[in-house]
Design a protein. Structure first.
Length: 216
């Protein structure tokens, strides 16, 4: 529906999907439809809602939000698109400084050079008289460094979790193996004892019979 430019129907479909289950992708799509329908304030609100969950500093202590973030196939791409959409909504709504900041953030999240975003940002700068590209470049660089640090820390945390799970699994396996070995050893010990008792009983019976014959 969205690709057919039936934005109203697309928005209705996204809203219906969100009523069934909240997903960041559906919220992002909803923001795109709102932007296309020129409902800029609602677009800004929807984008801000997505960003609040993605950038939540207490994400690790919020299981439901963490689960939503983990379900996104390409989180960096969604992160970038939402900033770009909110920047466009801000620009249309007349908040040019906020638009410039969001476009700069979107660029800092871009792995490749995004000519369209650069053009939009240049247009915004001209409109608000911001021509200090070096300052903008420094802000983008700081943002990129911060984002990279965040992803590095997240990767390290996940690696530590995987290692802890592996260690616990290994410890559990070794404990179960030890219990099984002790069980088998106990079974073997009992069988040996039973055989020893049986042999002794057999010899004792044989001796009794021999004694009885001799007495006869």
């Amino acid at each position: 529906l969205f690709r057919k430019r039936d934005y109203a129907s697309a928005l209705a479909a996204y809203d219906a999907s969100l009523e069934k289950a909240l997903t960041l992708q559906a919220l992002s799509n909803r923001a795109a439809a709102l932007l296309a329908l020129e409902r800029h304030v609602e677009c800004i609100e929807t984008c801000s809602r997505v960003l609040a969950m993605v950038e939540d500093p207490d994400l690790d202590r919020n299981p439901s939000a963490r689960m939503l973030v983990k379900k996104v196939d390409d989180l960096p791409a969604l992160h970038r698109r939402v900033y770009a959409r909110r920047g466009a909504a801000f620009a249309h709504a007349g908040n040019l400084p906020a638009a410039a900041r969001d476009f700069e953030t979107a660029l800092s999240l871009s792995i490749e050079r995004d000519e369209r975003l650069l053009t939009d940002l240049a247009s915004i700068r001209r409109r608000i008289g911001v021509d200090d590209e070096n300052d903008a470049a420094r802000r983008i660089e700081r943002r990129q460094t911060s984002i990279q640090r965040h992803f590095d820390e997240e990767n390290e945390r996940r690696a530590a979790q995987r290692e802890e799970k592996r260690r616990l699994h290994q410890a559990t396996f070794e404990k179960q193996w030890q219990i099984e070995r002790e069980r088998k050893e106990e079974i073997t010990r009992r069988r040996d004892e039973e055989r020893t008792v049986a042999v002794r009983s057999m010899f004792s019976t044989s001796s009794s019979i021999a004694s009885e014959r001799e007495s006869e």
